[in-house]
Ligand binder design. Structure first.
Ligand SMILES: C=C(OP(=O)(O)O)C(=O)O
Length: 295
C-alpha cells in the first residue's frame, strides 16, 4: 500500500513514497522581520540540501485576538503593543518579492502557512503559490481550509493538537490527490513521550495519502526515525543562532545541525533499498570465504 501511493507534485519536486524526502527548513517568524536574515536562512537551507523553506503569513489585524492587541511587549525594537510588534515582524509585498526573487536565484522552493483568508489571497494573487501549508493551529478553521482548497494547489496539512475526528473533518475539505498530511505534536520543545511516531503509518493507512512529519523536538534521531517510518517530507524550524530573540528560536536547529539532518536523511534514502532479499555485490566474495556449505 505504502509504495503504491501516488506522489504529489510540488513544482518540480514529487513528494511521496520512493521519492527523495522533501526537506523543509521552517523559517516561520525566525527572520524577526528582517529580509536579510530570511535570505541567510534560505542560504542555510540550500547549503544543507533541503528542497524548500517555509514562512508564516498573517494579516495581524485579523490573526491577533482583539483582547491581545493593546497588550504591551518588550521587543528588541523597544516597548510596543502586541499588534504593533506583529506588524513589525510581518513580511509584506516588498519582502516576499525579494524572497521570491532570491529563491529563484538560489534554486530553492518557498511557500507559507497562511493563518487567515487574506493571507491566502495574498499568496495566491501575488505569487501564484506553489503549495500551501496548513498549520496545526488552523486545522479547525474551516473558512481558511476551504479558501486554501479552492486555490487548487497542493496542500501540506499538519495535524498537531488533534484527534482522529478533528483530522477526519479537515481531510474531507481537500482533494486527496493533492494532499500530503503531516504528523505533528504541537509541544515546544517536544519530549519523546509525546512524539507518537506510529501515527505516521496509521495516518497513511486511514487516509490513503502520503504522510510527512513536522517536528518540534530537539536533536536528530526522532526525525531520522520518522523517515524510517515512511515520512515523505520532514519540516524542522531553522535559525541562524538559537540564542537570538524570538519565541521559536530556542527550539530551532542551527545551520550545522540542519545540514547534518538533511545529510543523514539522504543516506537513509539510499539505505532503504527496495526490500527484495538478494545477495548484494559486496557480499559475493564473502560467500566463498565465509560459507562452509553452499546451497
Ligand atoms: C505552525 C506551523 O506548523 P506545524 O503545526 O506543523 O508546527 C506552521 O506551518 O505555521
Amino acid at each position: 500500500m505504502t509504495d503504491q501511493l501516488a506522489p504529489v507534485a510540488i513544482g518540480e519536486h514529487l513528494v511521496g513514497p520512493n521519492q527523495p524526502v522533501y526537506m523543509i527548513g521552517e523559517i516561520g517568524i525566525n527572520h524577526n522581520g528582517d529580509v536579510d536574515i530570511a535570505k541567510q536562512l534560505m542560504d542555510v537551507a540550500v547549503t544543507a540540501g533541503a528542497q524548500a523553506v517555509k514562512f508564516q503569513k498573517r494579516n495581524p489585524e485579523v490573526a491577533v485576538p482583539e483582547h491581545q492587541k493593546s497588550k504591551m511587549r518588550s521587543t528588541p525594537w523597544g516597548e510596543m503593543t502586541y499588534i504593533d510588534y506583529k506588524h513589525r515582524v510581518e513580511f509584506g509585498i516588498d519582502e516576499y518579492t525579494e524572497i521570491d526573487r532570491y529563491a529563484k536565484e538560489v534554486g530553492l522552493q518557498w511557500f507559507a502557512s497562511p493563518w487567515d483568508t487574506d493571507s491566502v489571497d495574498f499568496l495566491e494573487n501575488e505569487f501564484d503559490a506553489l503549495t500551501y501549508k496548513v498549520a496545526s493551529a488552523s486545522l479547525t478553521d474551516f473558512e481558511l481550509l476551504r479558501a486554501i482548497a479552492a486555490t487548487g494547489e497542493p496542500v501540506l496539512c499538519s495535524s498537531g493538537m488533534s484527534d482522529w475526528e478533528t483530522l477526519d473533518r479537515a481531510v474531507e475539505v481537500f482533494d486527496r490527490d493533492k494532499l500530503v498530511l503531516m504528523h505533528a505534536t504541537s509541544t515546544y520543545p517536544l519530549p519523546p513521550e509525546e512524539v507518537n511516531l506510529k501515527a505516521i503509518p496509521a495516518m497513511r493507512e486511514r487516509y490513503g495519502v502520503p504522510v510527512g512529519y513536522s517536528g518540534h523536538e530537539l536533536g536528530l534521531e526522532i526525525s531520522f526515525a520518522a523517515a524510517a517510518l515512511g515520512a515523505v517530507t520532514i519540516e524542522r524550524h531553522i535559525t541562524l543562532d538559537s540564542s537570538m530573540w524570538g519565541s521559536d528560536q530556542s527550539a530551532s536547529m542551527e545551520p550545522r545541525e540542519f545540514a547534518s539532518l538533511v545529510k543523514g536523511i539522504r543516506v537513509l534514502e539510499t539505505a532503504f533499498g527496495d526490500g527484495q532479499k538478494r545477495v548484494m555485490p559486496g557480499e559475493e566474495s564473502k560467500i566463498d570465504s565465509l560459507r562452509k556449505v553452499t546451497a
